[in-house]
Design a protein. Sequence first.
Length: 165
Amino acid sequence: MSKFHLAQLNIGIGRGPIDSAVMADFVAQLDEINALAERSPGFVWRLKDDAGNATSLRPFGDDTLVNMSVWEDPVALRNYVYRSAHSAVMKRRREWFEHMREAYLVLWWVPIGHTPTVEEAWARLSTLRSRGPTAAAFTFAKLFPPPDAPSSETLDDISDTCPAF
């Protein structure tokens, strides 16, 4: 059994202020979708503010929303993102968020018990953007095994087509 969990960061540039009409349906679903994440198999931790979400946290700029969480493994995260009610929210992503040409999602391994910081997450996203997928920063389409995996272990592509595209 691995001594690592999977961390993820995804960001989005809102099409308007968080309290605007264009973002209203997104905001209305946050509590339900966040609760779904927390009760999903394999969920470990998520970044949240005093309101229970992360909408007031703007470490990457005033217009950039951030979502960061830790999961037991890539399959648990994939099942939540693409195979739960969360996928219905993903289908509407373009209504609420600008199209980003650069990577906006990054995955990386953290030791069990480690809570990643937003600075750490930004460094991983920057690594992915500059170098492409590596063992330090990767995506669902190009997974890397945890650092303590046998050298012969590889992970298959478990990505699903993003319903927003």
